[in-house]
Write a protein that binds this ligand. Structure first.
Ligand code: CP
Ligand code: NVA
Length: 326
């Protein structure tokens, strides 16, 4: 069941923003302006309320998912969302052969643009996405790479807005590894006026260039970014967010080493109590139960993780409707 605040925003999207988004890629959320992110969220809300109004939005359009890594949420939410919009989706498994191995990423993009309206890759390296986007004339949407997970962040912002009524001025605490999910959530928060705090072990802070970029965006919008190694940082936050301590592609040895380093960053009842208020719990999933989060928190009344998973679909539907608009 969706946790919904009493305030439901009214969708209002300017023609200028709609025109500006048509044909765009989404590799990192920082490519979008504050109004563009807002437009995606507004349309997602409208689609979630009245999906039948949008059932021919992608009629005649095909999208391709090219995945080098496994997925449940991203794959299914794109496939079902595209079907709901009247479009067609192809899944191509690239888990046994990296993109660029059989033929160059450039040639891949040049071929695909002849058949499909949108390319949605999940890759190990961000550079694969930039090569694909440079080669192809159709939008490329990042379905996760080593540095970013922008579609996840759009769903997270939608969920935060549903739960808190607004994003402006709220405080989101991300606890754990300063990874792809952390980076995109940080972008999303500053673009929508939410304050963001990354709480990580020493040596696992988010990428300093991305922190710098977010602080710059935040200055123009009035949102703060803090990076700390102290779990006391969760005090007074509106949401506690965590992700796995070792992302896909991390070696078993490295994952094992991290267990000890990350132990005091586990999101458990004691950590949630440090917030000092009624705070929601968020996770992009998949979760490693009993590792980065306890069952008690993940299954507890403050957890909105399945709402986030559902919102992947609405947020991506809105994104595709806007960038594939002709
Ligand atoms: N959150 C997320 O991207 O999940 P999947 O890896 O299952 O797609
Ligand atoms: N940080 C995780 C996110 C999974 C959705 C990973 O990259 O594996």
């Amino acid at each position: 069941m969706t946790k919904q605040s009493k305030k439901t925003p009214t969708p209002q999207i300017s023609t200028k923003v709609i025109k500006g988004l048509a044909g765009r890629d989404l590799l990192s959320l920082a490519e979008f302006s504050s109004s563009e992110v807002q437009a995606v969220l507004d349309l997602a809300v409208a689609m979630k309320q009245n999906p039948a109004n949008y059932d021919t939005t992608l009629k005649g359009k095909s999208c391709i998912l090219l995945f080098e890594k496994p997925s449940l949420r991203t794959r299914i939410s794109f496939e079902v969302g595209i079907a709901k919009l009247g479009g067609h989706c192809i899944y191509m498994d690239h888990s046994t052969q990296r993109l660029g191995q059989r033929e160059s990423v450039h040639d891949y993009g040049k071929n695909l643009e002849r058949w499909v309206s949108c390319i949605i890759p999940r890759v190990f390296e961000h550079v694969t996405l930039t090569k694909m986007a440079a080669a192809s004339g159709v939008p490329v949407v990042n379905a996760l790479c080593d540095m970013h997970h922008p579609c996840q962040a759009l769903a997270d912002l939608l969920t935060l807005r549903e739960c808190r009524g607004t994003l402006r001025g709220i405080k989101v605490a991300y606890v754990g590894d300063g990874n792809n999910v952390c980076h995109s959530l940080m972008h999303g928060c500053v673009l929508t006026g939410a304050n963001f705090i990354a709480i990580t072990p020493k040596g696992f802070e988010p990428n300093p260039e991305i922190v710098k970029e977010c602080r710059k965006i935040g200055e123009t919008i009035g949102a703060q970014v803090t990076v700390t190694n102290s779990v006391d940082g969760v005090a007074d936050c509106d949401a506690v967010y965590t992700d796995v301590w070792a992302s896909m592609g991390t070696s078993q040895d490295e994952a094992g080493r991290r267990m000890k380093t990350f132990a005091k960053y586990q999101v458990n009842a004691a950590l949630m109590a440090r917030t000092g208020k009624e705070t929601i719990f968020m996770h992009c999933l998949p979760a490693h139960r009993g590792i980065e989060v306890t069952d008690e928190v993940l299954d507890g009344p403050g957890s909105v993780v399945y709402q986030q998973a559902e919102n992947r679909m609405w947020a991506q539907m809105a994104l595709l409707a806007l960038i594939l608009k002709t």
